[in-house]
Design a protein around this ligand. Structure first.
Ligand code: ADP
Ligand code: ZN
Length: 734
C-alpha cells in the first residue's frame, strides 16, 4: 500500500473526500470526523491534525457525523505504512471502552504502542528479469547469479553474491543492465514457521482432553472451556495440542501467561513441541522486537504469540485460539490506567473472533467455576498427576500449640522436617510471600514506626543492600543509625520476617546447607532466574527461601518439602477474594513439592488451623471450599452474583480530594438495586503522594452499571489536580 502523502490529499478535489470517523489515541469520548478518501478501508492507520499537532489515528467503522460543518472539517494528513487494525480488534476496543467506562482512545493506545508505528527498515532484493534486453552481455559470473536466483525467493545483493561466489557489484550492474529486477522489502526476519514437530505420547486422560480441545478449535466457532487439573497433570502438554490444531487450521493462537511464568522452561517446552519459537510479547520487549512482533501479528505471519496481559489487545488477523494459563491469577487485572481484566477481555475477544478459548488452572477462579456450573463454559478435567508423581501430602503446624522460639520463625515440627529432607539429600522450599528482611522497623526508645514519606505504609527493611524500601512507590533510603523521631541511636529493630530473615535463620541453624533467596530482588531479570533454575535442577541448592516468584510454573524433581512460613499472610483485609486467593497461592506453592518420583510434603504454619482455607488445603477438597465461598458471595450479592465498581478520588491536596469525593457521593442518583458505599479514605490513604478516597458501587446483576456510571460521573476525569478513576470489577480494594 503506497503512502498517501499530504500533497496528494491536498490535491484531491473536495468531492472525492468523504467524512470518515477517525479514532485517535487522544483521551476523547468518541471518534472524530475527518475528510478522507472513501476507498481507505476501516482500520487504516492515519496521521491527522488535532489541536495544532499531528496525532495518530485509525479510520473507524461507520460513517462520520452527518451534521458536521464541512467547512470546518480537516483532512487526514497521510496514511501510515502499516497493516490494518483488524475488525475484531476494533470491535474489542469499542466494547472494552464502553464496559470500563473509559475513552476508547485510551484503549486504542493499548493496541498501538508508539514504537510499533515506525516503519520497518527496508532492504533491496533482486530476482531475474522476465526477459533479458537483447544487448545484455551474459558473462560466466552473471550466469552464476541467474542460476542462483532461479529457484529461490528474491535475495539481497550481498546474499545472492555470496551464494554465487561473485562480488556484489556484479548484482548491481546486472540490475542496471536490465537482467535483474529489484524491489524493496522489509528487512525484518519473517516469523518462524511452526510445525507439528514432536507430538508427545499422551496418557489416555490427556489424549481425551486434547481431543475435546482439538474439536473445539476445528469447529471455528466461539467456545470457552476450563482445562481443570492439578499442578503437574499435564495441562500445558494438553493445551499445546490445541495450539497444534489451530496451526493445522491456519489460524493464530494467543497464549496468555502471567508475566512471571513466562520462563525459559516454558519456552523450551514450546520449541521442543513445535520446532520453533513463538512470538513473545511482554513489558520488557525492546522497540525493534515490539515492532516486528506487532507487524507479524497484524499481517498474519505470526502463528503463535505468547504474552503477558497486554497481548490481549494485539492486532491478530486471524485468531482461532486463545489459551489463558493460570486463569485465576490476579496479575491478569491491570491496576492502573485502563483497568482491564485480561482474562475477561480475552473471552470477549474469543466471541468477537469466533475463536476457542481455553482457561487452564489447578485452582480456577470462583467466577470461572460459576460459569462452568451455569453451563456457559465447558470443563475438561485432568484428574491426576502425570506418571508416578502424586499430590503432596499437606499438613498444618498449629503455631498456637508449637510456636517458634522468640526471634525465630520456624516451628519445631518444621525444623525437624527440614532436617529429614536435608539428610535424605532432597530439596526444601521455604515459602514466604514477603520480600526483604522485615516488614516493619520500630524504635525501641520512642516506639515510632518508620513510614514512607509519600504513602501510608511502613518501609520494608532490605538488609542485603542496607536500605529501607517502600513496596508501594519504590521510595528507598539508607538504613539510618538513629531514630528520626527521637534521635536515639542503635534502637531501631526489625519486626516480623521477610525472606531474607528466614534465610538468615536457616543459615544459622544449618551452616553447611546451601541456602539461596529467590525473590524479585535477587532474581531480577531472565538470566538470573535461569541461573537459579539451573542451580536448583543440578542440586546446587538445598534450601530455597522464596516469594511467589518460586511458587509457579517451575518443576524441580528433587524438591520434596515445601514449608509455608506464614499461611495466614493473605487472609486479612476486607478483600472479597482474600480467602480464594490465599487458597490458590498456597495450593500452588505446595504443588511445587514432589513433582517426580519422590513423594512430596507441604507443611503450613498457621495461627488459624480451623480457617476454611486451611481445612481445604489439608483435605484437598477444592470444590467444597469453592462451594462454601460461592454460597457466601451469593448471600452478600458480591461478584459474580452482583456487580461492583470502585470510584477512586485522588489528589495531592488532602482536603481537595475529600471535597471532591463528598461532592461525587452527594450527586449520586437514586437507582433501584444500586447501593453506594462511602466515601471513605482508602486503606492506603496516601499513595505516591496522592490522598485517596474511595466509593464502592454495589449493584444487582441485572443493573447496567456502566450506564449508571456514565450518567453519574462520565468517564474517568481529572479536575484541578484531583483525579477520578472508575474501576469496574475491582480486584484491589486498597
Ligand atoms: P501442568 O501444566 O498441569 O502443571 P505440565 O504439562 O507442566 O502440567 O506437566 C507436568 C510435567 O509432566 C512436565 O514436566 C511434563 O513434561 C510432564 N508430562 C506431562 N504429560 C506428559 C506426557 N504425556 N509425556 C511426557 N511428559 C509429560
Ligand atoms: Zn511509598
Amino acid at each position: 500500500m503506497p503512502d498517501l502523502e499530504a500533497s496528494i490529499v491536498d490535491d484531491l478535489i473536495d468531492e472525492t473526500l468523504v467524512v470518515r470517523p477517525v479514532l485517535t489515541t487522544a483521551p476523547l469520548s468518541t471518534a472524530l470526523s475527518y475528510l478522507a478518501p472513501p476507498e481507505l478501508p476501516p482500520g487504516s492507520l492515519v496521521e491527522v491534525p488535532l489541536g495544532g499537532r499531528m496525532a495518530i489515528g485509525v479510520i473507524w467503522d461507520g460513517v462520520g457525523d452527518p451534521n458536521i460543518d464541512l467547512a470546518k472539517l480537516k483532512s487526514i494528513r497521510r496514511r501510515l505504512e502499516a497493516p490494518l487494525l483488524p475488525q475484531g480488534l476494533r470491535r474489542l476496543i469499542d466494547w472494552t471502552a464502553a464496559y470500563l467506562v473509559v475513552p476508547p482512545g485510551n484503549v486504542l493506545r493499548l493496541s498501538l504502542p508508539r514504537t510499533v508505528l515506525s516503519p520497518p527498515p527496508r532492504k533491496t532484493v533482486y530476482q531475474s528479469a522476465k526477459s533479458y534486453p537483447a544487448n545484455a552481455r551474459l558473462t560466466p559470473q552473471r550466469k552464476r547469479i541467474l542460476a542462483t536466483l532461479a529457484n529461490v525467493p528474491p535475495l539481497p545483493a550481498v546474499e545472492a553474491a555470496r551464494l554465487a561466489g561473485v562480488g556484489q557489484q556484479v548484482v548491481r550492474a546486472m540490475a542496471q543492465a536490465g537482467l535483474l529486477n529489484s524491489h524493496e522489502v522489509s528487512s525484518d526476519d519473517p516469523a518462524e514457521v511452526m510445525t507439528n514437530f514432536k507430538k508427545p505420547a499422551l496418557s489416555s486422560n490427556q489424549a481425551s482432553a486434547a481431543e475435546v480441545l482439538r474439536q473445539r478449535v476445528c469447529a471455528s466457532a466461539f467456545s470457552v472451556d476450563l482445562l481443570d487439573g492439578v499442578t503437574g497433570s499435564g495441562k500445558t502438554v494438553v493445551y499445546m495440542e490445541a495450539i497444534a490444531a489451530a496451526l493445522s487450521m491456519g489460524r493464530q493462537t494467543l497464549c496468555l501467561v502471567p508475566e512471571i511464568s513466562l520462563t525459559d522452561q516454558w519456552l523450551k517446552r514450546f520449541t521442543d513441541r513445535f520446532g520453533a519459537k513463538p512470538i513473545i510479547w511482554h513489558s520488557e520487549l525492546g522497540g525493534a522486537a515490539r515492532r516486528r512482533a506487532w507487524r507479524a501479528i497484524a499481517d498474519g505471519s505470526a502463528s503463535v504469540v505468547v504474552g503477558a496481559r497486554s497481548a490481549t489487545f494485539l492486532p491478530f488477523k486471524n485468531l482461532g485460539l486463545i489459551v489463558i494459563d493460570e486463569e485465576h491469577e490476579a496479575a491478569y487485572k491491570q491496576d492502573d490506567g485502563v483497568r482491564y481484566q485480561a482474562r475477561d477481555i480475552a473471552v470477549v475477544r474469543g466471541r468477537l473472533e469466533q475463536a476457542s478459548v481455553v482457561l487452564a488452572s489447578a485452582t480456577p477462579s470462583l467466577e470461572t467455576l460459576n460459569n462452568v456450573q451455569r453451563g456457559r463454559y465447558g470443563r475438561v478435567e485432568l484428574p491426576s498427576r502425570h506418571g508416578v508423581a502424586v499430590k503432596p501430602e499437606v499438613d498444618l503446624i498449629d503455631l498456637r500449640a508449637t510456636p517458634p522460639e522468640r526471634g525465630f520463625w520456624l516451628a519445631q515440627p518444621m525444623v525437624e522436617s527440614i532436617e529429614k529432607t536435608l539428610s535424605a539429600g532432597e530439596q526444601t522450599l521455604l515459602f514466604l510471600n514477603r520480600r526483604g528482611y522485615a516488614p516493619l522497623t520500630l524504635c525501641r526508645s520512642c516506639g515510632s514506626r518508620v513510614e514512607c514519606p509519600s504513602c501510608s505504609a511502613w518501609l520494608v527493611e532490605h538488609r542485603l543492600n542496607g536500605r529501607l524500601i517502600c513496596h508501594h512507590c519504590g521510595f528507598s533510603k539508607r538504613f539510618p543509625n538513629s531514630c528520626e523521631d527521637c534521635g536515639v541511636e542503635g534502637q531501631l529493630t526489625a519486626s516480623g520476617p521477610g525472606v531474607e530473615r528466614v534465610a538468615e535463620e536457616a543459615r544459622n541453624r544449618w551452616p553447611k546447607a546451601r541456602i539461596e533467596i529467590a525473590s524479585s530482588d535477587t532474581l531480577s531479570g531472565p538470566s538470573a532466574i535461569q541461573e537459579f533454575i539451573r542451580a536448583m535442577l543440578e542440586g546446587e541448592i538445598d534450601i530455597a527461601v522464596g516469594t511467589q516468584v518460586l511458587a509457579k510454573g517451575h518443576h524441580f524433581p528433587n524438591l520434596t518439602l515445601v514449608g509455608i512460613v506464614d499461611g495466614d499472610l493473605g487472609l486479612g483485609g476486607g478483600d472479597l477474594r482474600a480467602g480464594e486467593r490465599s487458597f490458590q497461592l498456597l495450593t500452588q506453592a505446595s504443588g511445587r513439592a514432589g513433582r517426580a518420583e519422590r513423594p512430596g510434603r507441604a507443611l503450613i504454619q498457621t495461627h488459624q488451623p480451623d480457617h476454611s482455607v486451611m481445612q481445604a488445603l489439608i483435605s484437598g477438597d477444592r470444590d467444597a471450599f469453592i462451594d462454601a465461598e460461592t454460597t457466601a458471595r451469593k448471600y452478600t450479592k458480591l461478584p459474580p452474583f452482583g456487580r461492583l465498581a470502585a470510584i477512586i478520588i485522588s489528589g495531592r491536596d488532602s482536603a481537595e480530594s475529600e471535597r471532591m469525593a463528598r461532592a461525587i457521593a452527594k450527586s449520586a442518583p437514586n437507582y433501584d438495586d444500586v447501593r453506594i458505599l462511602g466515601p471513605a479514605p482508602a486503606p492506603i490513604a496516601q499513595l505516591r503522594g496522592r490522598w485517596r478516597w474511595r466509593l464502592l458501587v454495589m449493584a444487582a446483576r441485572h443493573v447496567d452499571v456502566q450506564a449508571v456510571l456514565r450518567d453519574w460521573i462520565g468517564e474517568t476525569i481529572s479536575r484541578g489536580g484531583v483525579r477520578v478513576t472508575i474501576d469496574v470489577d475491582p480486584y484491589n480494594f486498597m
